[in-house]
Design a protein around this ligand. Structure first.
Ligand code: HEM
Length: 379
């Protein structure tokens, strides 16, 4: 927060920034007032390409009651059991990736483990060849730069080229997943795409475009965030060596370390919402049809909720951080992210004692303000 206040209006962008924990709690608990359908307030002339992205069809952008129906259907395929069964595969992949890095004689955490691990896991789970992962990375990189590329204030003369730079990978990715999903209709396999195609709740099934949309969300949300989680956790244990000693001595505290890492360096730092009606928030009246950014990172360091927020303390109990959101849109992949974090951290602690960043190599962060994560960390 620039002013230290929990809610601030930014006149330059017309966006209400919300930083306080109780205020975020309120936003995320009240989807009737704070809608996830951001396209309803972004004027067409500012985002003429919005419709082409078909953003509106994403689970993260849909409000009740449609959201509940869609969420039930996808959760019937992407269950806790499906995730829990992945544990041995995640451990084997982690060891393989670390072995390969050891052979090369250098270990850069993001390239060698934190990026490939979640991508291979999600690709295998969906049932798309993980050998296509150079493609996924290309798409993800292009799309995640969207925020900085297509801003509401950028120069109109660059607009067409910028829009194309995003639309092209978008269309390629949708086409790729649509082809895989269509194939599962005729040739079912033992994979999540097949489960999504076949999912049925109260006699309703997922339309084809929703299978594809959900697969896109999994592929994108499913990897970059977990990459950040792994890198950030190692960085925390490097910066707080006494906490590393503790978790080494008692591995049952690994999950608490992961949770505190999610609070301390919140990967998805901000969520967008819009007001459907006038709302009072943190002593400020926000009119209807306004765009809000709910800043999870700052809320997770709000001293009103977390004493000594700048201290990495896995002993916080409870630790009600908002890194996975809250309420109806609470992250569907949280069990998978937590599992990957726990398995990878345990194996890293086995192999590296101490687990330390190379002091001669700079640690690099992702340069996007809405994301908090290391991009390069040499061990
Ligand atoms: C939703 C964070 C990993 C799939 C969310 C939301 C957050 C989040 C904050 C709420 C969005 C909102 O309310 O607008 C994270 C973080 C992760 C992570 C920090 C890793 C550390 C994953 C993984 C998957 C996944 C591994 C799947 C493989 C989803 C889905 C939703 C979601 C499908 C939408 C749920 C809904 O709208 O009902 N995630 N996520 N996430 N996440 Fe994650």
């Amino acid at each position: 927060p620039r002013s230290g206040r929990p809610v601030e209006f930014d006149a330059a962008t017309g966006i209400w920034n919300v930083y306080g924990y109780p205020e975020l709690h309120e936003i995320l608990s009240d989807p009737a007032t704070f809608s996830s359908d951001t396209m309803r307030v972004i004027p067409k002339q500012m985002m003429p390409e919005a419709e082409e992205f078909s953003m509106e069809g994403f689970i993260t952008q849909i409000d009740p009651p449609e959201h509940g129906k869609l969420r039930k259907l996808v959760s019937s395929a992407f269950t806790r059991k499906v995730v829990a069964d992945l544990e041995p595969r995640i451990a084997a992949l982690t060891r393989e990736l670390l072995d390969a890095a050891a052979e090369r004689g250098r270990f850069e955490l993001v390239t060698d483990l934190a990026y490939p691990l979640p991508v291979i896991v999600i690709a295998e789970l969906l049932g798309v060849p993980s050998s296509d992962r150079a493609l996924f990375k290309q798409w993800a990189d292009a799309l995640f730069e969207r925020d900085s590329k297509i801003s509401l204030t950028e120069r109109p003369e660059n607009r067409d080229a910028e829009v194309q730079a995003v639309l092209k990978p978008w269309k390629e990715m949708s086409g790729y997943l649509a082809a895989h999903a269509a194939e599962r209709r005729t040739r079912p396999r033992a994979d999540l795409l097949t489960k999504l195609v076949e999912a049925e709740v109260d006699g309703e099934r997922l339309p084809d475009d929703q299978v594809v949309n959900f697969a896109i969300v999994l592929l994108l949300a499913g990897h970059i965030t977990t990459t950040m989680l792994l890198g950030n956790t190692v960085l925390c244990l490097d910066a707080f060596p006494e906490q590393q000693d503790r978790v080494r001595a008692d591995r049952s505290t690994v999950p608490a370390v992961i949770e505190e890492s999610l609070r301390y360096f919140t990967p998805f730092a901000a969520l967008a919402r819009t007001t459907t009606r006038e709302a009072d928030l943190g002593g400020v009246t926000i009119p209807a049809d306004q765009l809000l950014m709910a800043w999870l990172g700052p809320a997770n360091r709000d001293p009103r909720q977390f004493p000594d927020p700048g201290v990495f303390n896995p002993g916080r109990d409870p630790n009600p951080h908002l890194a996975f959101g809250r309420g109806i849109h609470f992250c569907l992949g949280a069990p998978l992210a937590r599992l990957e974090g726990r398995v990878a951290l345990n194996i890293l602690l086995d192999r590296f004692d101490p687990l330390r960043a190379d002091p001669d190599e700079p640690v690099e962060f992702i340069p996007t303000p809405t994301m908090t994560g290391v991009r390069r960390l040499q061990l």
